[in-house]
Design a protein around this ligand. Structure first.
Ligand code: ACM
Length: 635
């Protein structure tokens, strides 16, 4: 009786507290509802799956097997429902509350069961289940003597948005087929369902187009340069053009199949009319500018002039909207792209098309007269409308970056809003579908901490800011906001480890903004879970940025022209130790408690954060010369 009373108390307590009682649970993105129940399920050595939908559940079971067999040594088999360890059930009657991607997961001491309307829901139930297992499940090698326990829970879960994307720029630097698959492996853990592949840009054309072989013979190859993109000298003619690569159509099919088995759609982007230097290097006749015949694929030398939101091109990297051959070219490209990719949309870019070369072109002037186009935005709009027609003629839907609004939006276009939310709001008010991917919250090519420690990029997006991403503005009809995505541009991302560093943990924040109910978002709770996922990534050998543990700098100049340094941290509970004497600080050094005046003759500041008596941030060294440069004059 006493025991029964205890169990009942536990049940009431667990059910009542829901979120707070799940201390051993750290699911990202946070489920719609999760209740910790007493007890745990122990995963046996021989795991049998029972399912009422063998064919549909097969990829889910294969995924689970692949994910757990190395660490546990367990074997996985399909079995009759009655004898199963884990049962996967497709609902006979659709349960509308959980939609196409939702699931119900129940773990009791005796069994694990997942119910869903569609296989994608079973897959997401499995993702949650994997996150309930100990972090060692992420090991690529056998972990001996481990009890593989799963806390008992009742979970009901489904996504807030249908479009939960990550964009991977494989043009600026080429990433192999195996690396793209690895990127997909990590994104699906966090219930992303769309990979946007930025396949073409000034720095490389990455997809085989059989009818236009020079796109990859010429357009996929640049001279290798290492350092900060945008600062390089132009390559010399004798330097080898052997840096780059492309996906054959067979590679693309393999990536698509790999993604499909993980319930991920692949959105191809062919970025035109701007960002097209690789295509122009291959086929110079696509440009309005005669000198295009001397152009090469870019290696990171300066080709644009940026002046705030205004920009101009130093060399003409635009396709020519006044040239009929351009539309014939795009017809060929889109025909092959449409045949390869099953996803309903093709993204046709449209961003940052500088107009200064068009302005000088007689062909463009003639086009404007003929078509009654009053300015160069209308010239781009004319181009986009024609491209939309080509895309639609291949049975696909057209979308582009928010610049396609300028000069008049093509009739059925979906808009991907990147220059803030404004373009998306405007498009939604015009009854067009929208995906939100604003620089302010979702540009994961930006630095995630101070430039003193991060690889330099021109802007910063910290984890807590990414977590504030709210894709649905109050002022629009929710039905037009399909979801959102984070964008990883790779000008300064040279390898896969750094791609992972840039994506995580901000990808966690974006996934929660896209999947979890708005009311469940909670920064302290989220960050607690992030730290658990850092541990999982440590076991999985996936790189992530620890930038959130490093200090935030605010550097100013005092009235007597000294440099004043205020330090802060993104999360509470950290201590900062510092020195100006060139030695390496630890917890026995001065602790930062109030703004510092930089000693006039010091040459460098070093600092490090601790949590309690353990170092947690990175050792940071900043030259006083750099602090002086960064100091903003006191107003
Ligand atoms: C973009 O970031 N240029 C879309």
């Amino acid at each position: 009786m006493k025991r029964l009373f205890y169990v009942l108390c536990c049940c009431i307590c667990y059910a009542a507290h829901g979120q707070t009682a799940k201390t051993d649970i750290a699911i990202i993105p946070e489920p719609v509802a999760i209740a910790r129940m007493p007890g745990e399920f122990v995963l046996p050595k021989n795991i049998s799956f029972g399912t009422n939908a063998a064919a549909e559940a097969a990829p889910v079971i294969a995924y689970f097997n692949q994910h757990i067999s190395k660490a546990t040594g367990a074997s996985v088999s399909a079995a009759k429902s009655s004898a199963s360890t884990i049962s996967l059930t497709l609902n006979a009657v659709n349960e509308s509350a959980i939609g196409n991607e939702g699931y119900r997961l129940t773990v009791t001491p005796k069994e694990v069961s997942i119910h869903a309307n569609k296989p994608a829901g079973l897959f997401y139930g499995i993702q949650t289940l994997l996150q309930l297992l100990p972090k060692e499940i992420e090991s690529a090698t056998y972990v001996p003597n481990r009890r593989w326990t799963i806390p008992c829970v009742n979970v009901t879960d489904y996504p807030r948005f249908q479009w939960r994307g990550l964009m991977f720029d494989v043009s600026r630097h080429f990433f192999t087929k195996a690396e793209v698959k690895k990127y997909i492996d990590n994104m699906v853990r966090y219930k992303f369902n769309l990979l946007h592949m930025h396949l073409t840009d000034n720095e490389g054309w990455r997809i085989e187009i059989k009818s236009l072989p020079k796109l990859t013979e010429v357009g996929a190859w640049a001279v290798k340069k290492v350092g900060y993109y945008g600062t390089f000298d132009p390559p010399k003619p004798e330097e080898p053009r052997n840096y780059g690569g492309f996906y054959t159509q067979e590679d693309i099919k393999e990536i698509i199949k790999y993604a499909q088995d993980r319930y991920v759609n692949i959105l191809p982007e062919i970025d035109v009319p701007g960002h097209s230097l690789a295509a122009i290097a291959a086929y110079p006749e696509l440009s309005c500018t005669p000198e295009a015949s001397t152009y090469h694929v870019r290696s990171g030398e300066r080709i644009m002039q940026w002046n705030g939101p205004k920009y101009s091109a130093i060399i003409d990297n635009n396709l020519c909207p006044a040239n009929e051959n351009v539309y014939a070219f795009l017809d060929k490209v889109i025909t092959e792209v449409a045949a390869l990719f099953p996803f309903e949309y093709i993204h046709m870019g449209g961003d940052e098309a500088a107009k200064n070369f068009w302005e000088k072109s007689d062909a463009i002037k003639d086009l404007m007269k003929r078509e009654n186009l009053k300015d160069l935005n209308e010239v781009q709009s004319y181009f986009e409308k024609r491209v939309e027609k080509i895309v639609e003629s291949k049975g696909k839907k057209f979308m582009g970056w928010d610049e396609i609004l300028e000069g008049g939006l093509a009739p059925n276009a979906m808009v991907m809003s990147w220059r803030g939310m404004q373009g998306g709001i405007k498009a939604a008010q015009m009854k067009h579908d929208v995906v939100m991917s604003p620089t302010t919250f979702a540009y994961i090519d930006y630095m995630q901490g101070d430039v003193a420690i991060e690889p330099r990029v021109y802007a910063t997006l910290r984890l807590n800011k990414a977590y504030q991403f709210e894709p649905l503005p109050d002022s629009v009809d929710a039905k037009y906001i399909k979801g959102g995505q984070a964008n990883l541009w790779t000008e300064n991302v040279y390898n896969m480890r750094h791609a992972e560093y840039m994506t995580w943990p901000r990808g966690f924040a974006i996934s929660e903004s896209l999947w979890s109910p708005r009311v469940k978002k909670n920064w302290p709770d989220f960050f607690g879970r992030v730290e658990k996922h850092f541990q999982r990534f440590d076991v999985a050998d996936v790189k992530y940025a620890p930038s959130v543990y490093d200090p935030i700098f605010n550097i100013t100049t005092t009235n007597d022209l000294s440099v004043k340094l205020e330090l802060n941290t993104e999360i509470p509970g950290l201590d900062i130790y510092y020195t100006f004497d060139n030695s390496f600080p630890d917890k026995f050094y001065p602790k930062y408690t109030a703004p510092l005046i930089v000693p006039k003759e010091a040459t460098q500041l070093r600092l490090i954060t601790y949590r309690g008596d353990k170092p947690i941030g990175r050792m940071i060294t900043v030259l006083v010369e750099d602090l002086n440069k960064r100091a903003t004059p006191k107003k």
